[in-house]
Write a new protein. Sequence first.
Length: 399
Amino acid sequence: MTSDPINPQTDGCPVDHNARKTARGEVSSTPSLNVDENGLWHVRGHDEVRTILRSNNVKQAGFGAELVAKMPANMRAPVLHLEGEVHHDLRRKTARFFTPNYTNANYRSMMEKLSADLVADLVKKGKADLSKTSMKLAVEVAAQVVGLTSSRVPGMGARISGLVNSPDQTKILEAIKARWNLLAFFFLDVQPAIRERKKQPREDVISHVLSEGYTPPEVLSECVTYGAAGMATTREFICAAVMHFLERPKLRERFLVAGETERHAMLGEILRLEPVVTMLERRATENLEVESEGQTLTIPKGAKIAVHLDSANADERTVGACPHDIRTDRELPKGVQPAVMSFGDGHHRCPGSFIALQETDIFLQKLLALPSLRIERPATLGWNDTVKGYELRNFILAV
């Protein structure tokens, strides 16, 4: 996340590629697919990752999968943990809430106004913690999409953050705090939303799942899933993008004059380099054959799989030379998006990818246009083990 040193060994590239690999625990000879001494399979190559994520013979093994397995048999699992036709059916029915056309028609004006208000507040006060500002933006946007708009008291962002943090269940106080956060989120945010949507359904996720007969606990599980995905991760990406733009004046200048398609591609390239979720976990439900580096390897049924998105995003076989540098002219194979695997792939690919890019784009256009904007205090880099991703906190911007 810091400025990379000049690497004289790499022609035309300012990044020390070996240092980037070492930071991820890799060396130049790290295979694209292998199993470690504990029986955990590691998938790092782009094509190998795509094969795993598109397979029908794997299931979710992260994001609280062990807790979902303990749910009552008659309770529906959240969309993140559904598989097969029931998952495809729910995704099809809710897909309209996340399309570019629907986003522009229903959320764009709200994104514009909220972004303008947040930037105006920064100008008025002279400084702001971007990690808090970006959370306000992400919470408001995701709340509109999901339907969490009837909270009894303010502070849903803090309650969502408490849910995303991974407590040590062996410590009684942390376990109690985790349960308290969940109860607070339900009674203060989800329950009033359910009550309002039952009276007057709207075009949002909560209204839809209620029409499908979801119970309050099932609605809660969906809200936790969408809350973590739509709020916490977008918050981190906004901070990472601003950091890169302010450290690279020419990149910032280009962003401010580019059209929307180019701006989204630039944001995708930054997200490719800095995926908020760096690893996904899957478990093989059948023997799984994967082609890798000229051979066919079989991942046995029941094996746990670590899918390294950050490594897949830097696979030179797919993204080309200098994979650890930001290149606005990077050419990718047909069918590969600028963010590569940062939004996942296959039937569990993040449905809100366009919304995340859209709100980030709108906010950054207004924020980066401030001529005197500067970093007063660099962000503190942390790690969230629940989402397997970075956290940027105390990122103070000033004008």
